[in-house]
Design a protein around this ligand. Structure first.
Ligand SMILES: [Fe+2]
Length: 299
């Protein structure tokens, strides 16, 4: 770990080959678009892939949204049932309803995925700020897909190099109140019409670091174009088994006040599963950095 101390700010970056930086001493409520810290933060994210800014205890919803506008362009997620009632930029993962009213969606992201890979322009950064931690689950796990690609066998490389992978969100669709009395087939067809399958290169090149990244995940990637059903099943299973090895997994153990920001081009991630009945609430904001998502696609 390389520690840089500037006044009361401590920045600890990952050693080469690893991911994860920690910042202590920043108050993101003070940051604007033009703050020198914003460029420092962006570069920390690109270099370390996931950055935790500690002790952001007093950040309220408006300040969180303001911070998102300062670092880039916040996403408004296409499904309204995920929105915070007053701040549509905030995607709410929550199983605690207020005044008997549903507030966000519970149990999100408990599978390996990268946010919005099923869209033409996926998120550059994802920020997460937990408000209520479930007692049994205080961690989020990450895999650096540039490292996975570097270590991939020649046999599997032959399948992904130059290939396109199909990303599909419909298997993860969360049933809503308005879906009562509609068939599963109708729900799937309607959702596919709203969010059709999207293909991206299986290997993308990062526009800042230049790294080549294996851009697939067991959560959203259904197939490699051009393979037969049987061959695709075999290859996808082999790829996911290789990717999800314990040696690749980096786990963030949450502390009160943490604000986490990660590079959604480079990492896949997975939320941990709380025990039934435990309360949790988390606010996510997706951010576009206004660079092409990968080399060769328009911004
Ligand atoms: Fe996610």
């Amino acid at each position: 770990m390389n520690a840089v101390l500037e006044e009361k700010v401590s920045i600890i970056e990952a050693v080469p080959g690893k991911i994860g930086a920690e910042v202590i001493g920043w108050d993101v409520r003070d940051f604007t678009k033009d703050s020198p810290e914003m460029e420092t933060l962006r570069q920390l994210i690109y270099r370390n892939k996931v950055v935790v800014i500690r002790d952001q205890h007093d950040l309220d919803e408006q300040q969180y949204v303001d911070f998102a506008h300062a670092i880039g362009r916040p996403q408004v997620y296409f499904q309204q049932n995920y929105h915070h009632p007053d701040y549509p930029e905030i995607f709410v993962s929550n199983n605690l309803n207020e005044d008997g009213k549903k507030f966000g969606v519970s149990g999100t992201g408990r599978y390996w995925h990268t946010d919005c890979s099923f869209e033409k322009h996926p998120l550059s950064f994802t920020m997460v700020r937990p408000l209520i931690f479930p007692k049994s689950a205080r961690e989020t796990s990450y895999i650096d897909m540039a490292r996975v690609y570097r270590e991939l066998s020649d046999e599997l490389r032959a399948y992904v190099d130059g290939a396109r992978a199909v990303q599909e969100a419909w298997p993860r669709y969360k049933v809503q109140e308005c879906d009562i009395d509609r068939s599963i087939t109708e729900l799937i067809e309607n959702f596919k019409a709203e969010c059709p399958p999207m293909s991206h290169p299986a290997i993308i090149q990062h526009p800042v670091t230049g790294e080549e990244i294996l851009y697939i995940s067991s959560g959203f990637t259904s197939k490699l174009e051009g393979l037969s059903f049987e061959e695709n099943e075999r290859v996808m299973q082999a790829l996911f088994e290789f990717i999800e090895q314990p040696k690749f997994i980096h786990t963030h153990f949450w502390e009160e006040g943490d604000l986490l920001i990660w590079d959604n081009r480079s990492l896949i991630h997975k939320g941990s599963k709380a025990k039934a009945g435990e309360v949790s609430r988390m606010y996510r904001i997706g951010v576009y950095d206004n660079l092409p998502f990968y080399v060769g696609i328009e911004p």
